[in-house]
Structure formats: structure tokens, C-alpha cells
Design a protein around this ligand. Structure first.
Ligand code: NDP
Length: 244
């Protein structure tokens, strides 16, 4: 394979799908991963039809026990990924007093634990290549907090500390580790928000609009590029100025 391989989790829709399309357009071979094989194969097929290279992979980031086999399968089928985008994420919003341990655990498991151990599984290949990009999709909520999202905010703030610490560990190996912090982006995740909630959010956004998945994809594309080789341990906000 002459193209670099990029693995994007949560690639079946929303921000992850936009990242997959953009990285493919940038010349990466993209592995589109999520729990829904039919959907990721659909995204990969659309990328190939548009002239890019991609394949779908069924991967549950909450099932870290499966990573060993998945990484073996990946390396055999496509070669070791040199770009990992930890994008898969869920919410389970509730007020603190009502959050059940199961709901806290499922958010932490998908958003943080999965990202952490997937990065660990991918590092060997990146170290061998002496080139790698780990890009963690955190959230403005992890930086500024949000009532009703203590579990989600904890997972996303955890990603920031993880990003900075790993960046310090692997910088000398040609591997950068950065986070991208989207603000309010129009996807299925935010589709259920009421109009009054959206109006409130927008009042704090200097750019005056919700973001598009492509806005986030462009930031990820830059961090994955050769030109971003001297940028590591950073959190790049893509939030229309909501948090500054
Ligand atoms: P969506 O809900 O639209 O998409 C979530 C993606 O994650 C889907 O592809 C889903 O695929 C995948 N996913 C969920 N659980 C798992 C799992 N256990 N294993 C593998 N894949 C999984 O969300 P967005 O596109 O809006 O969000 C993408 C990321 O951006 C998330 O990390 C989110 O927290 C973050 N973000 C989003 C913001 C927004 O406003 N939309 C703002 C800030 C951050 P499937 O169901 O097929 O497994």
C-alpha cells in the first residue's frame, strides 16, 4: 500500500463520516470503523465511488478485549494505520443526582477507555514507521463544562489530559498527539436539542451559527498533514469562538 492508512472510529455518520471523506480526499487509505458494518461499508463505498480509497471495519470501541484481533486483522488487510482518529462518542445526559453508575460507565467506556486502549494498540505500528498522528475528538464541554453532562464532560476532559501526556511520551518518535474540540455541530447527536436550547447556545457563539461536520473534518485534515509535524499536545477548538 503506497498510501498512509488512517483509522477513524465512529465513521458511520456525522463528524466521523466527514473526517473519513476529507482524509480520503487528502490521499489517505481510510478505514471507516463503527459498530454498524453495513453503514461503514456504505460510507467506504461512497468514498471509493468518489475516487478515494477506503474500507469498512466493524469495531466496537467499548470492547477493548477485541482490539488485539482487530489490530491483527487491520495490519494483515491494509498495513498498520499511521493515523488514528478517536472520534466515536456517546452522550447519556442527566442531572448529577440522577446519573446511574451504568450510564456513567458506558460513557467513559466508549469515549475515553476505548480511545485510550485503541491508541495503545496502534502505537507499535506508528513507532516502527517513526511517523504517526493520534487525533482525539474531545468537546467544548470538556473544556468549559455543561450542566446535565457531568459524565460526558468528565470523559472529554479526560481525553485532554490523555492527549497531552501521550504527546510528551511519543513526540521524539515522530508521532504527534492532538485533540480537536468541536462546539455545537449539526449531527444526529445534537438533532434532538430543542429550538430554545439551540437559540441559547447560539447566543454565545461569535460566528453566529452551528458548526458543520466539515468544519471539524478540515481541522483534523490539517493536524494529520505533514505540515502539522511540529504541533503536538494541543487542543484545537472548532466552535465558532464559543470558548476562548
Ligand atoms: P453521532 O452520534 O452522529 O455519531 C457517533 C458515531 O460514533 C457514530 O458513527 C457511531 O456509530 C459511533 N459509535 C458510538 N458508539 C460506538 C462504539 N462503541 N464503537 C464504535 N463506534 C461507536 O455523533 P457526532 O458525529 O456528533 O460526534 C462525533 C464525535 O464528536 C463524538 O466523540 C462527540 O462526542 C464529539 N462531539 C460532537 C459534538 C456535536 O455537537 N455533534 C460537539 C463536540 C464533540 P455506530 O452507532 O454505527 O457504532
Amino acid at each position: 500500500m503506497d498510501k498512509k492508512v488512517a483509522l477513524v472510529t465512529g465513521g458511520s455518520r456525522g463528524i466521523g463520516e466527514a473526517i473519513c471523506r476529507k482524509l480520503a480526499a487528502d490521499g489517505f487509505f481510510v478505514i471507516v470503523a463503527s459498530r454498524s458494518l453495513d453503514k461503514v461499508e456504505g460510507v467506504a463505498a461512497a468514498i471509493c465511488e468518489a475516487g478515494g480509497d477506503a474500507a469498512g471495519l466493524a469495531l466496537d470501541v467499548g470492547d477493548v478485549d477485541s482490539f488485539k484481533d482487530k489490530v491483527k486483522e487491520l495490519n494483515q488487510r491494509f498495513g498498520a494505520p499511521q493515523v488514528l482518529v478517536n472520534n466515536a462518542g456517546i452522550t447519556a445526559d442527566n442531572l448529577m443526582m440522577r446519573i446511574k453508575p451504568e450510564s456513567f460507565d458506558s460513557v467513559m467506556n466508549t469515549n475515553l477507555r476505548g480511545a485510550y486502549f485503541l491508541a495503545q494498540a496502534m502505537l507499535r505500528g506508528m513507532m516502527k514507521a517513526r511517523w504517526g498522528r493520534i487525533i482525539n475528538i474531545t468537546s467544548v464541554v470538556g473544556l468549559m463544562g455543561n450542566a446535565g453532562q457531568t459524565n460526558y464532560a468528565a470523559s472529554k476532559a479526560g481525553m485532554v489530559g490523555f492527549t497531552k501526556s501521550l504527546a510528551r511520551e511519543v513526540g521524539s518518535r515522530g508521532i504527534t498527539v492532538n485533540a480537536v474540540a468541536p462546539g455545537y455541530i449539526e449531527t444526529e447527536m445534537t438533532a434532538g436539542l430543542g429550538e430554545d436550547v439551540k437559540t441559547n447556545f447560539l447566543a454565545g457563539v461569535p460566528c453566529g451559527r452551528m458548526g458543520a461536520a466539515d468544519d471539524v473534518a478540515h481541522a483534523v485534515s490539517f493536524i494529520a498533514s505533514e505540515g502539522a509535524a511540529y504541533i503536538t499536545g494541543q487542543v484545537l477548538s472548532v466552535d465558532g469562538g464559543l470558548y476562548m
